[in-house]
Design a protein around this ligand. Structure first.
Ligand code: HEC
Length: 121
């Protein structure tokens, strides 16, 4: 019986540990964020984050200019994380800012939050 309990406990503890590891931008790696940004975000938000990427410059509303550091849907790490995860439309914004939660793993989305913050001039 005790052995069965231990078997059940191990995955629960691992799950708890992974939650703790992913809880927020504090420990996220901005270098990893940059890698992900260059793959998924740069065409719109631009290589420097000014919103003037090759696709982004023709969009209305324009992609957010991260060098200005102003955010429309709340400026906390959690707010930015939520827009990346669920898209801007659920907050009344543009569907052009799509939800990435199903594409980019949670830890990488936190890394993106950290990288985006580092683009402020
Ligand atoms: C197809 C173009 C496009 C792509 C690709 C794109 N975005 Fe956006 N993004 C936008 C647009 C347009 C807005 C402005 C939405 C609005 O104002 O309603 C925006 C807004 C944002 C905001 C601002 C939220 C706020 O509160 O002001 C964040 C953060 C963001 N994008 C992050 C990202 C990240 C991270 C990626 C890559 C995973 C990404 N975007 C990919 C077009 C794009």
């Amino acid at each position: 019986m005790r052995r069965i309990a231990a078997l059940w406990l191990a995955p629960v503890l691992l799950w708890g540990a992974s939650l703790a590891l992913n809880a927020g931008a504090a420990d996220a790696d901005p270098a990893k964020g940059k890698q992900i940004y260059e793959i998924y975000c740069q065409t719109c938000h631009g290589p420097t984050g000014d919103g003037q990427g090759p696709v982004g410059k023709s969009l209305q509303p324009p992609p957010r200019d991260f060098t200005a550091g102003d955010f429309k849907f709340g400026g906390t790490d959690q707010d930015i994380f939520d827009v990346i995860t669920n898209g801007a439309a659920v907050k009344g914004g543009s569907p052009l800012m799509a939800p990435w939660g199903a594409v980019i793993p949670e830890a990488d989305r936190w890394a993106l939050v950290k990288y985006i913050r580092s683009l402020k001039k």
